[in-house]
Design a protein around this ligand. Structure first.
Ligand code: SF4
Length: 452
């Protein structure tokens, strides 16, 4: 209720807040070209008229009340305000002196909000949620990215990958980096794998020769058509009948860029030809035995490309290729560092895990080469082979990881321990111990860490 609404009303008990200078009464703000002397002379409202009016309203309002509580903010220098009390309060103090007025001073101890992220205890409910990952065909699977989340922050892993709380992806008007990557993947997939040979391990590998790549490179028009179809499907979400609709503006420029990236990849592959393709965009779910338990946890994988290529040593080996339109991130200072959540090795864990999952899924025991095609740089630098650090006296030296079996024993040991920890009731999910992991976290409101 404002002061004007109190006119003609009487109150028994009144509580009036903000009895501060410039609030009660408000600072007179009327501006006029007509000086006060003329205003007085001609009976016009003068500058203090409004204040006089409000002064009247205030005293009339309290005049019939039995009890009046007037509250003012006594903090000095709060923002732009002086913290002084209203002149009405001063006047009342002089008017009534001691006896009929009494004062109380209240202090509030405002503690800053808690900044501690809370661990998640493994309650019955949490354990039930975890158990779902051990049920065959439950559609609850762990993945390389979920486990990478776990390395960064176990609490984040719980909320995002166990509870399934995901922040909504932002729809972009333009083709963003993730979409560009998806479109590139689709084009590479369709180029190499004809209908009927997609998403499966091929019993009869596809032989890729220099001549075949030259033919693909010569058909720029066909390649552009393929890129446009992928853009229409993945970015514009067009129906199958509209996939050949031309794209223009920014999408047309991106289409040309993606076609260039695909050509660079083909030119690099030409250097390796002949080689055999064993499958593209293959995915599967493997039941991984949990150490110290008779249960198995579902872990899914998705391989961009599996082929058989002759290495520098002249030996033909299975190779998992992961296409990356961003950076490779396959350099780890040690095997332990692969599980440390470091950015520099984030894709190495995925490649190692996929090599193991693929072998288990196929019932094979191949020594698998791991490769990242960092496509923006592939013609200049070639494929990126993972590197693993060997600690020395003074510094770490890095050596290429030619096949996954070079470090697989240690890798499996740690992976088994981590999976056992996830399902261990006695071990709560712990928050990240450094703020770095929290910087772009979208669920800080759930864990309690205050990032402001
Ligand atoms: S804000 Fe930090 S501690 Fe909290 S969930 Fe995110 S990463 Fe973990």
């Amino acid at each position: 209720m404002g002061l004007l609404e109190t006119r003609a009303l009487d109150f028994e008990h009144l509580v009036i807040l903000s009895m501060n200078d410039k609030i009660m009464p408000r600072k007179a703000s009327g501006r006029t070209f007509i000086p006060d002397s003329l205003r007085h002379g001609f009976g016009l409202p003068y500058s203090n008229y409004r204040e006089d009016l409000f002064s009247y309203y205030f005293y009339r309002m309290i005049s019939r009340a039995k009890e009046v509580t007037l509250i003012h903010d006594a903090r000095a220098g709060e923002g732009m305000r002086s913290g002084g009390m209203s002149r009405y309060l001063m006047q009342l103090r002089y008017l009534y002196g001691g006896g009929r007025m009494h004062y109380e001073n209240h202090k509030f101890l405002l503690n800053p909000p808690e900044n501690e992220a809370r661990p998640v205890e493994k309650s019955d409910m949490v354990m039930r949620q975890l158990e779902e990952f051990t049920v065959r065909d439950s559609k609850r699977n762990l993945s390389a990215s979920a486990l990478r989340n776990y390395f960064q922050c176990q609490v984040k892993f719980y909320y995002e990958n166990v509870q399934g709380i995901k922040s909504d992806p932002e729809n972009s008007e333009y083709i963003d980096a993730i979409e560009l990557g998806n479109i590139y993947h689709e084009v590479m997939f369709h180029l190499y794998f004809p209908e009927g040979s997609r998403n499966v391990y091929l019993d009869k590998p596809i032989l890729v020769t220099e001549g075949m790549i030259d033919a693909l490179l010569a058909d720029r028009e066909g390649l552009m058509r393929m890129v446009v179809r992928a853009i229409n499907r993945l970015h514009f979400h067009r129906m199958a009948s509209d996939l050949d609709a031309p794209v223009d503006g920014a999408a047309e420029i991106v289409a040309g860029h993606i076609a260039d990236l695909v050509c660079d990849t083909l030119r690099y592959d030409r250097r390796l030809a002949p080689f055999r393709l064993l499958g593209g965009e293959i995915s599967g779910i493997v039941e991984w035995p949990l150490r110290g338990s008779d249960r198995r946890v579902n872990i899914k994988y998705a391989i961009d490309r599996l082929d058989i290529v002759k290495g520098a040593d002249g030996v033909e080996r299975h190779r998992i290729v992961d296409y990356k339109t961003g950076d490779a991130h396959v350099k780890a200072s040690s095997v332990d560092a692969i599980f440390g959540g470091e950015m520099s090795s984030k894709n190495l864990f995925q490649l190692m895990l996929y090599a193991n999952l693929m072998n288990r899924d196929r019932g094979s025991d191949e020594s698998v080469r791991l490769s990242i095609y960092q496509v923006s740089d592939i013609l200049r630098s070639g494929e990126v082979v993972p590197q693993i650090g060997i600690p020395g006296d003074k510094r770490i030296t890095y050596k290429p990881l030619y096949v996954h079996k070079d470090i697989n024993e240690e890798f499996l040991e740690t992976t088994d321990n981590i999976l056992a920890d996830i399902f261990d009731r006695e071990k709560p999910f712990l928050p990240a111990d450094d703020d770095e992991s929290c910087r772009y976290c979208r669920i800080s409101h759930l864990c309690g860490r205050n990032l402001s």
